[in-house]
Ligand binder design. Structure first.
Ligand SMILES: NC(=[NH2+])NCCC[C@H](N)C(=O)O
Length: 410
């Protein structure tokens, strides 16, 4: 099976999603901030919304894979099981005694149940220790409401824990403590699941911080990488070197974004909806800048700029201009809809995208510009601040013709 993605808009063939489950039920007013949610989602409704998202993709012929299913299948492989168990137990927080007890507990679980615990975590009360409460000092001193294994509610945002560049997987290196463990799951799936046998990797966990929401494949050979709250300049530099060494791109635009929650990833202010068009948050469209990075004959990085992002992008993509579609019409609507992931569209093909229905003005703007919009509900899904692009990791897209090859078939 070849997985291949060289653009944001080539017809989508296969996508990786995570159907939210019991990990969302772990969110409480005590922990939602540190777990990066702005509200406490209604789990059943979030699942319905997510199922409708997946159905909309399937209706357009997209193959949908789920992280939970792939993980359970991966855990049937003995090496994968040993590795993932060892990684979740490695945290110094547990101490030796509790680590041994949790290890025993996990060893009795079948692959599906173990996958469930690795995603939803393990609460203090769910670990039934005998009359001597054999978890030692750590378990005794733990609050009843603490987690022995932390849940991963943000796995829903499948974009961030891995991203594909050409036929290479980039398992990322997540910045926020609440999300770090996500990449141990995507990494294990790509390395041990039979469907991904022979996959080549261009990035991996443990390297400098890099999140998939910051990586945009503007055109074949041209990447934009946002640096801000999540991806660091060091992460962008490491990715540039690796991508150039592997021959996966010729130009990388490094785009500084404000280090704020509203703009945590580049894809919260800019997504592509056509080979030559972006949907952009107007409050940043004119001020966003980019450093253009290429490799010289010796493989050293050459850095140019900063220049206005839209100019630098058009030049790198070999276009006269990059068309810009604005979010909302007035500054207040634009700000509201940007916060609700109006900018975070997922293209299924050129001029066809999935968007949250609530962003009425932004969707109307897209349609005025000739972009077909498939609207999905996201009242619960959006409480973690992520839209259709954040929730999806494309594994297969039809290779894109370069703009110079002429217009694409509709
Ligand atoms: N690609 C994205 N914009 N992802 C959004 C991730 C949202 C998630 N709650 C976080 O804070 O990390």
């Amino acid at each position: 099976m070849t997985h291949f993605v060289d653009s944001e808009v080539g017809r989508l063939g296969t996508v990786l999603l995570h159907r939210p489950g019991p990990e969302l039920a772990r969110l409480t007013p005590r922990n939602n901030d540190s777990l990066l949610f702005d509200a406490i989602p209604w789990v059943g409704r979030a699942q319905e919304e997510h199922d409708a998202f997946a159905a909309a993709l399937r209706e357009r012929g997209v193959e949908v894979l789920y992280i939970g299913t792939l993980l359970a299948e991966t855990l049937a492989v003995a090496d994968a099981r040993a590795e993932l168990t060892e990684r979740v137990l490695r945290t110094p927080r547990l101490g030796d005694t509790l680590r041994r007890r949790v290890g025993e507990h996990l060893s009795y679980l079948d692959p599906a149940a173990l996958a469930g615990v690795l995603i939803a975590g393990l609460a203090h009360e769910e670990l039934r220790l005998g009359w001597d409460r054999g978890g030692g000092l750590v378990y005794r001193l733990m609050d009843r409401l603490d987690f022995v294994i932390d849940p991963l509610p943000n796995l829903l945002f499948a974009r961030d824990s891995s991203t594909w560049i050409g036929d290479h997987a980039a398992v990322t290196s997540l910045a926020m403590p609440a999300r770090r463990r996500e990449t141990s799951l995507t990494d294990a799936i790509y390395r041990h699941h039979p469907r991904f046998g022979g996959t080549a990797f261009v990035y991996g966990p443990g390297l400098e911080h890099l999140e998939g929401g910051d990586v945009l494949l503007l055109a074949p050979g041209v990447l934009a990488v946002g640096v801000g709250e999540r991806t660091t300049p060091a992460g962008a530099e490491r990715l540039a070197r690796r991508v150039f060494d592997a021959g996966l791109a010729h130009t990388i635009l490094v785009v500084p974004i404000a280090q704020e929650r509203a703009t945590m990833h580049l894809d919260t202010v800019c997504t592509m909806v056509d080979v030559d068009a972006v949907l952009m948050y107007p409050n940043v469209a004119d001020t966003l800048s980019a450093y253009t990075v290429v490799a010289d004959a010796e493989g050293e990085l050459q850095i140019d700029g900063p220049a206005p992002f839209l100019r630098a992008a058009a030049d790198a993509m070999d276009l006269a201009t990059l068309r810009v579609i604005d979010t909302g019409l007035d500054p207040v609507t634009a700000e509201r809809e940007q916060w609700d992931d109006g900018n975070n569209t997922l293209a299924i093909a050129p001029r066809l995208c999935v968007a949250y229905e609530r962003n009425v003005e932004t969707n109307a703007q897209l349609e005025r510009a000739g972009i077909e919009v498939i609207r999905i509900a996201g009242s619960e899904l959006g409480s973690g601040r992520g839209g259709p692009r954040c929730m999806s990791c494309p594994l297969v897209r039809e290779p894109l013709h370069r703009a110079a090859d002429g217009p694409l078939p509709a």
